[in-house]
Write a protein that binds this ligand. Sequence first.
Ligand SMILES: *Cc1c(COP(=O)(O)O)cnc(C)c1O
Length: 369
Amino acid sequence: MTEPHPTIRPQPGILDIALYVGGDSKLAGTANKVTKLSSNENPYGASPLAVEAYKAASADLAVYPSTDHGDLRAAIGQVHGVDPARVICGAGSDEIIAFLCQVYAGVGDEVLYTEHGFAMYRISALAAGATPVEVREDNRHTDVDALLAACNDKTKLVFIANPNNPTGTMISGDEVARLAEGLPKQAILVLDGAYVEYVEDADFDAGLAVIEARDNVVMTRTFSKLYGLGGLRIGWGYGPAHIIDALNRVRGPFNLSGAALATAQAAVLDEVYTANCKALNTQWRGWLTEKLIALGLAVDESHGNFILVRFATPELAEGCDAALRERGLIVRKVGGYGFPEGLRITIGDEIACRQVAQGVKEFLEGQDE
Ligand SMILES: *Cc1c(COP(=O)(O)O)cnc(C)c1O
């Protein structure tokens, strides 16, 4: 911990921020091939068309990129059925989350999120000088009544991820609409849609109906998960014109590189590729969930590209994590998200899922001896 300077001090809240801890990607002292299942990345990588676009962009590295992201917004509009004029693009959805906090919350304001919610909500709230407020969940599900009860005249933003990370659970469109309807009039509901592309429920609209029907709901989306572009940092937001206009005023004019814009555009337009990745995720998510439940572990039905596995004790979760690491499998410990007894496991390809199932099985068998 660095000692505070006697006279030069950051804004209030900044030193309360704990640095974000990402998923590990390396194992100490192993020569074996490592499979990273700790950051919900696409195990199949980006679309070949996106990779081609990225390579082609190397011809234009000297040129400043588009400031209005018009081509990418048009492609997003076409594929996702949204109005391109009300899309804002950012360096990951993390940047959209930061813009929302910067624009709508300050000292004395409250930013709500759920108990096991994504770390960036708290970080961005503190960075804006606002007060983060964690609201309890109901058996690992977003609890609309608890969120509404936590609202007051200081509430400015309410973040929920739907599906949620690290739980994988989700709430219905009706529940989302009830939350939006019940918020105090100065508050915005933010639907973090990092995992919406993985949802199989045919009625699920990612929140579009409630966004279009109201003036207090926005969504954030990402190219880091299904689109396999976590390394490039591209996300987007969608909502009413008054919010998108305000966010655009704090956005740096060149916040996305030309390579990122071109690659994302090719990725979003390759719907055949993403449909295939989604289908494989669904297949192996179901397979792995069943295998682990059959081993006696607790796993909620997940709607994302990961599952949260709960053990009887934190010690068993720790032990299993270590056993998987010995096999070159890196999963995510989620004690920091309130689940010391849990491991979050990204749905990898078939080989990875089979290795995880086998590794967990052998670890548990070793416990009985
Ligand atoms: C992975 C993830 C994101 C994506 O963040 P990016 O900045 O777009 O990479 C956003 N929200 C949640 C809940 C996530 O798990």
